[in-house]
Write a protein that binds this ligand. Structure first.
Ligand SMILES: O=C[C@H](O)[C@H](O)COP(=O)(O)O
Ligand SMILES: C=C(OP(=O)(O)O)C(=O)O
Length: 447
């Protein structure tokens, strides 16, 4: 494929309806920003995206497990070393639990370094009789409830690029520069062990890992894989002007890659088969995910495969299911059966968050840890019943001790929600709940 034909494929989505796009008041300003972004350096390299695709192929074949997690919505004022380290530490701890306790290679992918855009159920938000445009993520407008903050501002796309670059830079430093060395398995837990039951449970597991490492070292084995981790960045490809501005022709292959992240996914609200988002995803060669919710029919799932993975290559397409705890056992089997019968090799991943949100009496959006767990259980049961592979989990989490989801080992009650409710959009598991989940998932996987 030459650069011209790549360009026309990359632009083919422009004639199609694109859901959930900001209503920019100044299109000239938008064009000025996107044409600058087109000249900016890539945030990731196409070769790295290919490497992730190979890892996800192992997930699709049943040889590895995907741990994908991070903020619901990253925020510009949270791009700090402490915040980034806390998220990474939580994911590394979860991954250590899963790798050791479930004895499975874990592919680690953050909802990070680009997760700044949010699809919303309603275009407006009303408080005390005043209606304003909804907050759509820091890449679009501000969360403050003022008319000015809620105006979509294309300058924010530039800020998203820089915030993603700064985050990714530190993530790369942490994951390859010694912080993620398996010998640090205790250090990741130091601030946590005394205050939480899951921290103590983790500490016991870290001791076992340490013993195993000492034994291997004594035997002369100290592989490079123990000293750094492969970690990838992903986000929802929601704002097509931004994603397109960061889409480039790979000089090695002539193919198009969205270089804003290693993997991107298309959300439940934008996955229309005749819509712009699916056309955009079809044009790039990154591994892509599609969120599929309770209304998805087997025919739609097969059509998505035809559009996004016509060559039937394992690793290209991940279906991230988000059915809700009470429905997954009924809704998932026909999808998995039909897709499997078609010969497609998609990776099946469970998002146990988005089908289980409700509003507490206090007005906080929340999720019950037990529902999250039950959806993951249902996911494992369905795959076990069908002899297919439960490929991973996709979770909204943070490294901070927030009080956004109820339940978990350190029981958070509905009345506690106000204490540290800090999410910019949807409720996240805190560190203790995330570790609890990792232990329970490891048990299910082993089982
Ligand atoms: O994170 C996902 C969505 O953006 C979010 O669930 C939408 O929430 P809303 O229903 O409050 O708009
Ligand atoms: C919006 C999201 O999810 P969904 O598309 O599944 O609602 C999300 O994961 O941020």
């Amino acid at each position: 494929m030459n650069a011209d034909s790549s360009f026309s494929i990359a632009s083919s989505w422009r004639d199609l309806p694109a859901a959930q796009q900001p209503d920019y008041p100044d299109l000239e300003a938008l064009r000025a920003v996107t044409s600058e972004l087109e000249g900016y350096p890539p945030l990731v390299f196409a070769g790295e995206a290919d490497q992730l695709r190979a890892r996800l192929a192992s997930v699709a074949r049943g040889e590895a497990f995907l741990l994908q997690g991070g903020d619901c919505a990253e925020a510009f004022d949270q791009v700090s070393a402490d915040q980034i380290r806390a998220k990474l530490k939580t994911l590394l701890q979860m991954s250590a639990v899963l790798t050791y306790a479930a004895a499975v290679p874990v592919v680690k992918v953050g909802r990070i370094a680009g997760q700044y855009s949010k699809p919303r159920s309603k275009p407006t938000e009303t408080r005390d009789g005043v209606s304003l445009p909804s907050y759509r993520g820091d890449s679009v407008n501000g969360p403050e409830f003022t008319a000015e903050a809620r105006i979509p501002d294309p300058e924010r796309l530039r800020r998203m690029y820089h915030a993603s670059a700064a985050t990714l830079n530190l993530v790369r430093g942490f994951t390859t520069g010694g912080y993620a060395d398996l010998r640090q398995v205790h250090a990741w837990n130091q601030d946590f062990v005394r205050t939480s039951a899951s921290g103590q449970r983790y500490e016991a597991l870290a001791r076992e890992i340490d013993n195993a490492l000492n034994f291997m070292k004594a035997c002369g084995a100290d592989p490079a894989e123990f000293h750094s981790v492969e970690f990838y960045a992903s986000h929802e490809a929601l704002l097509l002007d931004y994603e397109a501005a960061l889409t480039r022709v790979d000089s090695r292959s002539g193919r198009l890659y969205d270089v804003s992240g290693h993997m991107v996914w298309i959300g439940e609200r934008t996955r229309q088969l005749d819509g712009a988002h699916i056309a955009f995803a079809a044009s790039i060669s990154n591994p892509v995910g599609v969120k599929i919710g309770p209304t998805t029919t087997p025919e739609e799932a097969l059509a998505l495969i035809d559009r996004l993975d016509p060559e039937r290559e394992a690793g290209r397409l991940t279906f991230i299911t988000r059915m809700g705890a009470d429905r997954i056992r009924d809704l998932l089997p026909p999808l998995v059966e039909r897709v499997t019968a078609s010969g497609a090799q998609v990776a099946w991943v469970c998002d146990p968050m988005h089908g289980n949100t409700f509003e507490a009496a206090s007005g906080h959006k929340t999720r019950r840890f037990d529902d999250v767990l039950d959806e993951v259980k249902g996911f494992f049961e369905v795959h076990k019943g069908l002899g297919t592979h439960p490929g991973g989990i996709h979770v909204e989490l943070t490294g901070d001790d927030v009080t956004e989801c109820v339940g978990g080992g350190n029981e958070i009650l509905v009345d506690d929600l106000h204490q540290r409710y800090e999410t910019a959009c949807d409720p996240r598991l805190n560190r203790s709940q995330s570790l609890d989940l990792a232990f329970l998932v490891a048990e299910m996987y082993r089982g």
